[in-house]
Design a binder for this molecule. Structure first.
Ligand code: BES
Ligand code: MN
Ligand code: ZN
Length: 488
């Protein structure tokens, strides 16, 4: 959906007005003509604003008006906003509306009117998102272009509205990149293709992108990435995207896990839901989408986005349990389970990132099923020893509905990955699986401020909900952008 923020929507051009209202609310801070329209619709429909209420009326200019209730006024939240905006998308598509006007009249807790508006516009532009690249027959499933005007309070003048629109679009475009990359099928989104797409996104945003191929990866001695890659006929890639604004005071490095398909390798996964392992590159997609958003926002922070990409497959040449692998930083790893491949490629990528001496280092990875067992799809796990970083990231995520929940990174857990034959094992057994994975990663990090985000539960949705579509979600982008802005 193409969204504009504007306090004076062109009603004559619109074909569908959506008004989201809490119980008993009438006095809307909108232009008089629009208010009359809403008042009449509310009266004609006998609309009360209850949470489960939604009515569509035939009106004049625009020809349809839909009223959506969100329940009690003091229960209005980001959750209800997301749900009602998603409903707007569904109803607009169902009616094949092409030019819509949307009123969300509330300021979210922890926000002001403008930041609410920016977030609402960003979310609204995603409500009709569908990955339809490979749909050829079911034409009704194909999205069509919808223009939306999100109505701003009267105090937001045209200039501010334009600026907020541009910001919302920058973020929404970053999120879209992540969703498109993540949803693409794994025969198409190979490591080489992921690198090529990342390069295209980077170029379009005016960023420098360096792609390292197999020979260069070998020259850098990235033993973890090369070990995981051995089972695949697809070459690995290592990608670095740089955003270097002139006025930057801080440097933040973002690292992503880019397993374009995770079969488990020799320690092969069960067949059920294995197709979901095409999403195992969502961490890589997140760093690409985030740096895109940051560049389009023009934030004065230097950002480097880094990802390692390979498939994890079984074959005669695949890495196997019992091997000992020497990683880029020289440490040795005894392979116990080839399905713990994410930490192998991230170990090298994190070491590479630390050499750049960033002020902060954040990694994004669909790393463990254990993290999904702990937190489900409601929050990603955050692991860090930097309390201030944890607090800021958690707060930033909370504001934009991109949640993190902290789990420990204590050295005590290192016992579980102790190896008889090497510096460490690549798995620590069943208990605390998300934590032992994080503790493993820590062995490859020597910069002062690092956080690991396990997005296994949040990066993609197994099914559609009342607030979001199935598939890649773009989790991590909004929280990271919010956090970067908080550093300014
Ligand atoms: N990509 C998976 C983790 C995953 C599982 C992501 C479910 C999303 C949904 C990862 O590579 C993996 O296989 N992890 C293993 C680690 C184990 C072998 C120590 C796991 O979680 O079972
Ligand atoms: Mn795995
Ligand atoms: Zn994996």
């Amino acid at each position: 959906m193409h969204v504009d923020i504007n306090r004076d929507p062109k009603l004559a051009k619109a074909d569908h007005l959506f008004v989201i209202l809490a119980e008993g609310d009438r006095e809307l801070d909108v232009a008089p003509a629009l208010r009359t329209l809403v008042d009449d619709a509310v009266r004609d429909a006998g609309f009360s604003g209850r949470g489960d209420e939604s009515v569509t009326l035939a009106t004049k200019a625009p020809k349809r008006t839909t009223l959506i209730g969100v329940g009690k006024r003091d229960a209005v939240s980001l959750r209800t906003m997301k749900g009602s905006l998603y409903q707007v998308g569904k109803l607009a598509r169902k009616q094949r509306s092409k030019n819509i006007v949307v009123i969300w009249p509330y300021t979210l807790p922890g926000h002001d009117a403008e930041s609410t508006l920016r977030l609402a516009a960003d979310l609204l532009s995603h409500v009709d998102y569908k990955y339809a690249e490979f749909i050829t027959v079911k034409v009704d499933d194909k999205p069509y272009p919808i223009d939306a005007t999100l109505v701003a309070p009267q105090a937001v003048d045209a200039k501010r509205a334009k600026a907020l629109t541009a910001e919302a679009r920058a973020i929404a475009e970053g999120v879209r990149t992540v969703r498109d990359l993540g949803n693409a099928p794994c025969n198409v989104m190979t490591p080489a293709a992921l690198a090529t797409r990342a390069n295209e996104v980077a170029r379009a945003a005016g960023l420098k992108c360096t792609i390292y191929k197999k020979r260069e990866i070998e020259a850098m001695k990235m033993g973890g990435l090369l070990a995981v890659n051995r089972g695949s006929v697809e070459e690995p890639r290592f990608v670095v995207i740089e955003y270097t604004p002139r006025k930057a005071k801080k440097h933040v490095a973002l690292v992503g896990k880019g397993i374009t398909f995770d079969s488990g390798g020799i320690s092969i996964k069960p067949a059920e839901k294995m197709e979901e392992m095409k999403f195992d590159m969502c961490g890589a997609a997140t760093v690409v989408g985030t740096i895109e958003a940051v560049a389009k926002l023009g934030l004065p922070i230097r950002v480097t986005a880094i990802f390692a990409a390979t498939e994890n497959l079984p074959s005669g040449s695949a890495y196997k349990p019992g091997e000992i692998i020497t990683m880029m930083n020289g440490k040795t790893v005894e392979i116990v389970n080839t399905d713990a491949e994410g930490r192998m490629i991230l170990g090298d990528a994190l070491h590479f990132a630390c050499r750049l001496e960033p002020d902060h280092l954040i990694d994004y990875a669909t790393l463990t099923g254990a993290c999904v067992v702990a937190l489900s799809s409601e929050a990603a796990g955050i692991f860090t020893q930097d309390d201030e970083l944890a607090q800021k990231l958690i707060e930033s995520g909370e504001r934009v509905g991109d949640r993190f929940w902290r789990l420990p990174l204590w050295d005590e857990y290192k016992d579980q990955i102790r190896s008889e034959w090497a510096d460490m094992k690549n798995t620590g057994g069943r208990w605390g699986g998300a934590i032992t994975a994080a503790v493993f990663l820590k062995e490859f990090v020597d910069c002062p401020s690092w956080a690991h985000l396990d997005i296994a539960g949040t990066a993609y949705a197994e099914a559609e909900t009342s607030r979001d579509a199935r598939g890649a979600t773009g989790a991590g982008v909004r929280a990271t952008v919010q956090w970067l802005e908080s550093l300014l």
